[in-house]
Design a protein around this ligand. Structure first.
Ligand SMILES: Nc1ncnc2c1ncn2[C@@H]1O[C@H](COP(=O)(O)OP(=O)(O)O)[C@@H](O)[C@H]1O
Ligand SMILES: [Mg+2]
Length: 378
């Protein structure tokens, strides 16, 4: 357990009628790479701007390094921001762009020079000092923007879709570079993206935001393997969601009924699942199995619609009676079913995740880090 460097407690942001951030609770650990992930308009930028001080929360508490900052100006907070459009000065060269903040602060020339050169080295742009911004590629501009942001050695760097303007190949390369740089510098990164793959590649933890609310805050693996809500399950990777009702519970397993048959699932005692609960069972395509004969504990069947061969992966679509399309991904080409053939669906018990949505605020993850009990009164 590490200490929280940024914490948000019961933070709300309301613009007129528009409630854009809803009761947000989050503790970010020192040195952590935390990503805010969600669709366009869900409140990511607003959240980042409240941490940086460019926007005030309507209510709630924000702390940076244990100190309340809601009333502090951006420059009084030990955070820095890298914007999506870089916000560089096009008429200045690389050196002057990076040095700008230190010049304004009247840092002595010798120290300024040393720090600019150090920042250039960190982003691997040594030798580019005299280049004009207009002569730099997208990826190089991005690195200048980062050098400029880290030159003050902020404790926290906020990055709002910093790779959004780059083409796919460069973007992939920069993802790895940025992650390495973050590790090397030991700076806490709060990173905004709407790209799930980017979030999975780079983050220590991801906060999945839907309509202003954090639906889950956890490691990429935990989010992938154990989504807490339908939205999270659907937003990260491919998924099969079976809407169902709990028919009976026996210890750590339950039988659920869908419109087209029954299935057996393992249940987490923490979720307090009981008969008659409405739940969704989520199964990743790589964990969905089929058999030509009925499998004990399962009675959902469907008809193979099509198979697509994607390199060594076979994607198989199975239609259920109620119109649901089930996706199965397989690496094994043996024992495939023919198009039009009837198959029974099943899965290993621990691969079917039961989603019961009740408490949408992900309080578990808030308590993982010391320094910000969301219920704490001040
Ligand atoms: N200054 C503002 N005034 C009114 N509404 C705003 C303002 N800034 C953002 N919003 C609204 O808040 C919501 C969230 O916006 P934003 O935080 O930019 O989302 P994201 O970064 O996730 O795409 C949107 O509906 C947006 O229109
Ligand atoms: Mg945004």
């Amino acid at each position: 357990m590490s200490k929280a460097i940024v914490s948000m407690m019961n933070v709300d942001k309301i613009y007129g009628e528009n409630h854009v951030v809803k009761n947000m609770n989050m503790n970010i650990a020192e040195g952590e790479f935390l990503t805010l992930l969600g669709p366009s308009g869900c409140g990511k930028t607003t959240t980042l701007r409240m941490i940086s001080g460019f926007e005030l929360p309507s209510s709630g508490t924000i702390k940076v390094q244990g100190e309340r900052v809601e009333k502090k100006e951006p420059y009084q907070r030990d955070v820095n921001t890298v914007f999506q459009n870089y916000a560089l000065f096009p008429n200045m060269n690389v050196y002057d762009n990076i040095a700008y903040g230190l010049k304004v602060k009247k840092v002595p020339k010798a120290e300024l020079h040393e720090r600019v050169m150090e920042a250039l080295k960190m982003v691997q742009l040594e030798g580019f000092e005299k280049r004009r911004i207009t002569q730099m590629s997208g990826g190089q501009k991005q690195r200048v923007a980062i050098a400029r942001a880290i030159i003050n050695r902020p404790k926290v760097l906020l990055l709002d879709e910093p790779l959004g303007a780059l083409d796919l190949k460069l973007r992939k390369q920069m993802q790895i570079e940025l992650k390495r740089l973050q590790k090397k510098l030991g700076i806490t990164f709060v990173y905004v993206t709407h790209d799930q793959e980017e979030a999975l590649t780079m983050s220590d933890r991801i906060a999945i935001i839907n309509q202003g609310r954090i639906e889950q805050l956890a490691t990429p693996r935990e989010i992938y393997e154990n989504p807490k809500t339908r939205f999270v399950a659907g937003f990260i990777g491919e998924i099969n969601l079976l809407e169902s009702m709990v028919l009976s519970v026996d210890g750590d397993t339950a039988v659920v009924g869908t419109e087209v048959g029954k299935a057996t699932v393992k249940i987490d005692p923490k979720k307090k699942i009981k008969a008659t609960d409405g739940v969704a069972v989520s199964i990743r395509p790589e964990n969905m199995k089929f058999s030509k004969k009925p499998v004990e504990g399962f009675s959902i069947k469907g008809v193979v619609k099509e198979k697509i061969f994607v390199g060594n992966l076979i994607k198989m679509m199975v239609d259920l009676n109620d119109g649901t399309e089930i996706k199965i991904n397989r690496f094994d080409t043996s024992d495939l079913a023919e198009d039009g053939e009837l198959v029974y669906l099943y899965w290993d018990l621990d691969k079917g995740v039961v989603i019961k949505e009740k408490n949408l605020v992900d309080t578990d993850s808030v308590r993982d880090i010391e320094g910000g009990d969301p219920d704490e009164e001040e």
